[in-house]
Ligand binder design. Structure first.
Ligand code: SAM
Ligand code: SF4
Length: 341
């Protein structure tokens, strides 16, 4: 008899640094209909479709994490809404919202397919989405996304708001691209009742350009915004790593996500799974665990739960991103679109 009985599968996931893992991000595809310059090179090689988890397998995987205590689930990619029949998965995952097991089901999207899906997302239990938008200038939008159309994305945002979804705009701060525009993006977002989160570029995956040319520290952005507006630090939290300020003049909030200038790892509550079922315990580290094999090895979820637990037991303390010209290679070889932003 085992004198140290194994913990019940419902025990929460706690990592070696006493952080409870309650937030899962799942990349449902590595493909995308855009080619943002900081995210992808123009000619990407994507995974063969046979390597991807099926929608049923993604459902099983997410449900296993929910049984282990995950309360917030974010679908991302690549562009999640370009995965065929994704709404089937979202509708199915909505049962965990109905049962109360999951507090939030959400997604990060480039907005290109939002007009088509907004009402269905709401009906499935989604209440908030993050939409990435780096500029409100049509020409610049085309330059940054290479393939995107600003008008379509703005139409998607309006459709989502009309459907009752709350939106947070994610903007990557890019030197020489949107540095002068950030205040107007904030004013626009706040005018529509949307929060804005600003993100620093991270050295993830090979791209065509030079990241040192793109990198814009948010400390500089914040200083510029503070010349124009009254920014008040507020304790507002959305379960993510953003530190928020409220803007007295607009009545809206701006979040700063600063992986490069400020390390936020001490409160990390999240892990990420790729569309092939690889679990990354940290966005900025290479260590990973394969969940596809245990998922496919048996119809019961016991092996899968064991694999998840032993991976969480190795979650590292944090990342150590550096962007500097002396490094020829990105800190992490895989793209954000693979791990899921
Ligand atoms: N396609 C969807 C979108 O763009 O929202 C979801 C996936 S995308 C990888 C998620 C987020 O990661 C986006 O807000 C994007 O701007 C951001 N992102 C991509 N590559 C990045 C990088 N190297 N550094 C910082 N943010 C990045
Ligand atoms: Fe696609 Fe999102 Fe990456 Fe842009 S940031 S290329 S929209 S995955």
């Amino acid at each position: 008899m085992d004198i140290f009985p194994r913990p019940l599968p419902t025990e929460p996931l706690i990592d070696p640094f006493a952080r409870a893992i309650t937030y899962l991000r799942v990349s449902v595809t590595d493909r995308c209909d855009f080619r943002c310059v900081y995210c992808m090179s123009e000619h990407m090689t994507f995974l063969p479709k046979r390597d991807l988890l099926s929608l049923e397998e993604l459902d099983r995987l997410c449900s296993a994490f929910i049984r282990l205590g995950v309360r917030k689930l974010r679908l991302t990619g690549g562009e999640p809404l370009v995965r065929r029949d994704l709404m089937t998965l979202i509708r199915s995952l909505g049962r965990h919202i109905d049962s109360g097991a999951l507090e939030e089901l959400t997604l990060t999207t480039n907005g290109s397919q939002l007009a088509k899906h907004a009402a269905d997302l709401y009906a499935a239990g989604v209440r908030r989405v993050n939409v990435s938008l780096d500029t409100l200038d049509e020409t610049k939008f085309r330059q940054v996304t290479r393939w995107g159309d600003l008008g379509v994305v703005l139409g998607g945002i309006d459709a989502a708001l009309a459907a009752g979804l709350k939106i947070k705009i994610n903007t990557v701060a890019l030197r020489d691209v949107n540095e002068d525009e950030i205040a107007s993006i904030a004013a626009w977002a706040h005018g529509k009742g949307m929060d804005l989160s600003l993100i620093e570029t991270m050295p993830l995956g090979e791209i065509d350009g030079d990241r040192t040319d793109q990198y814009l520290p948010l400390s500089r952005v914040r200083a510029r915004l503070a010349q124009r507006w009254t920014l008040n630090d507020i304790p507002y939290k959305t379960g993510g790593p953003a530190r928020y300020v409220s803007v007295a003049e607009t009545g809206g909030r701006i979040g700063f996500i600063t992986p490069m200038t400020h390390n936020f790892c001490e409160s990390c509550n999240r892990v990420r799974v790729t569309c092939t079922g690889t679990l990354f315990m940290c966005l900025g580290q290479e260590d990973a665990a394969d969940l596809r094999a245990p998922l496919r090895a048996s119809e019961s979820d016991a092996l899968l739960a064991d694999a998840i637990r032993s991976a969480i037991a190795r979650k590292p303390k944090g990342h150590d991103f550096v962007i500097d010209r002396t490094r020829a290679k990105p800190a992490v070889a895989r793209h954000m679109s693979t791990t899921g932003g």
